[in-house]
Design a protein around this ligand. Structure first.
Ligand code: UDP
Ligand code: MG
Length: 326
């Protein structure tokens, strides 16, 4: 088997401070892997400028003129981390056997990349980079991140624990990813849905090499909320459940209030008032929850996700070599 053509996709938003460090680091790594014949000499680095307002594009562009291993892609306006990644992945797809995405700030250790390639060569279509430790993160980031994974699990969203967007996707996985038509793509949730043989590679998460995080608390919360609402209708279902619960409570308490009215002592009008408040409230919540269920269905349909992903097809032979290695 010949060496795979690898493209490393690096989304960059206002990263002028860190790029002069990242560029030579990744270049050295790529050249080393080409030298060791781990990857094809056609492998490339693709820097995606996500509508930066600083000198990010200038740095990328100048490097592409000097260095044929470096390619650039400039988005016209800031599209966000996930979309910048997708732009890079789909641009590189035709010319690559596999694609690795990594953040520009080198928080995800690039020296884990050769291991990704080894796993790919063993037949894995997806390789997840998983953080061994988060010591370099603030306690707040660690705490919120842990809460996020737990909440997602509760909502029925299957995520790889402590994996962010440092991953390898083989060409077949990218082709399947393209069939997920949702506009709001949450890659961490979608990639596990693709399936295929996968592996995890562990690495230590480092500190940002330079510059500041592009994910302030506001964006982090929006990201988490987006992740939940893109994958789960549990929040809507909760409304229905609360509605049913409060209706049941109103009926039960209604019975006991009536009992009090006839056999005990109450203020005039209080019983009917309290029963109607609870009952109407409960019925309203049930109604909203029911509407929500239908909206949930429309929302699922509107995503036009593929109904299945074929791993091995023995009907349409011949099998390709990678499938045979399973
Ligand atoms: N990024 C991007 N577009 C954005 C925000 C961030 O392409 O709108 C990139 C950023 O340049 C970096 C990666 O996404 O390469 C992750 O961002 P960052 O390191 O700021 O996030 P953190 O590691 O703090 O969660
Ligand atoms: Mg970072």
């Amino acid at each position: 088997m010949s060496e795979p053509v690898l493209t490393i996709v690096v989304p960059c938003y206002n990263e002028e401070e860190v790029l002069p460090i990242t560029l030579p680091r990744l270049m050295g790594l790529l050249k080393g892997m080409i030298g060791e014949q781990l990857i094809s000499p056609k492998s490339r680095l693709l820097f995606v400028d996500d509508g930066s307002k600083d000198r990010t594009w200038e740095i990328i562009y100048k490097e592409t003129l000097k260095n044929e291993l470096v390619k650039g892609l400039k988005l016209a306006v800031n599209a966000g981390h996930q979309n910048a990644l997708l732009a890079g992945i789909f641009t590189a797809k035709a010319a690559s056997d596999c694609i690795i995405s990594i953040d520009a700030d080198l928080q995800d250790d690039p020296s884990a990349i050769p291991e990704f390639i080894r796993k790919y060569n063993e037949g894995c279509e997806v390789v997840y980079g998983v953080r061994k430790s988060r010591e370099s993160d603030t306690w707040f980031k660690r705490f919120t991140a842990q809460g996020f994974y737990k909440l997602m699990a509760k909502m029925g969203v299957n995520l790889v624990y402590n994996h962010a967007d440092f991953r390898l996707l083989g060409k077949r996985a990218v082709n399947e990813l393209e069939r997920f038509r949702e506009v709001n793509m949450f890659l961490r949730g979608v990639v596990p849905l693709i399936g295929f043989k996968s592996a995890e590679v562990y690495y230590d998460r480092c500190e940002r090499e330079a510059g500041e995080s592009k994910y302030p608390l506001r964006k982090m919360l929006a990201f988490a909320f987006d992740g939940i609402t893109s994958f789960s209708i549990t929040p809507i279902r909760l409304v229905l459940i609360v509605g049913i619960a409060s209706s049941v409570i109103s009926i039960l308490s209604g019975i006991s209030f009536l009992f009090l009215k006839f056999f005990g002592e109450t203020e005039t009008g209080w019983t009917s008032l309290i029963i109607s408040i609870w009952l109407i409230g409960g019925l309203q919540l049930i109604a909203i929850g029911l509407i929500g269920e239908y909206i949930g269905k429309i929302y699922k349909e509107s995503k036009q996700r593929p109904k299945f992903v074929v791993d091995i097809d023995m009907f349409n032979l011949p099998l390709n070599l990678k499938n045979e290695s399973v």
